[in-house]
Ligand binder design. Structure first.
Ligand SMILES: [Zn+2]
Length: 116
């Protein structure tokens, strides 16, 4: 299974919820990339239809879902999922601030979540 990227396991719930909402759009979604950038969770995805057509309702809704995930990541520790405050480049709760993520959550192009 080809992965499009991995981020801290603390963001698993955010990713799971976003993918579940995207799965209810009624159009297949493919994911190009998932990464942490400037302390934010970035999930890049498109509806299959949206890759060849002007953005439709499903595409616009998908962008809202993925942007909501980005916003949620700013207050969620990327290591353990606890409430946290964004630092410059990382979002970690106080207890995890001295550690690096031990567990990673990875995403495939088909939207399958796995752990490393
Ligand atoms: Zn934490």
């Amino acid at each position: 299974m080809s992965q499009v990227g991995c981020v801290g396991g603390g963001w698993y719930r955010i990713i799971f919820d976003a993918l579940e909402q995207a799965g209810q759009l009624g159009e297949p979604v493919t994911y190009q990339q998932i990464k942490e950038k400037w302390g934010e969770l970035r999930i890049y995805g498109r509806t299959v239809r949206g890759q060849y057509n002007p953005p439709g309702d499903a595409e616009r809704r998908l962008m809202e879902i993925l942007d909501a995930a980005r916003a949620a990541s700013l207050v969620t520790c990327e290591v353990c999922g606890a409430q946290a405050v964004a630092e410059r480049t990382r979002v970690r709760c106080t207890a995890c601030a001295e550690k690096n993520p031990v567990h990673l959550v990875c995403l495939s192009a088909a939207g399958v979540i796995s752990h490393q």
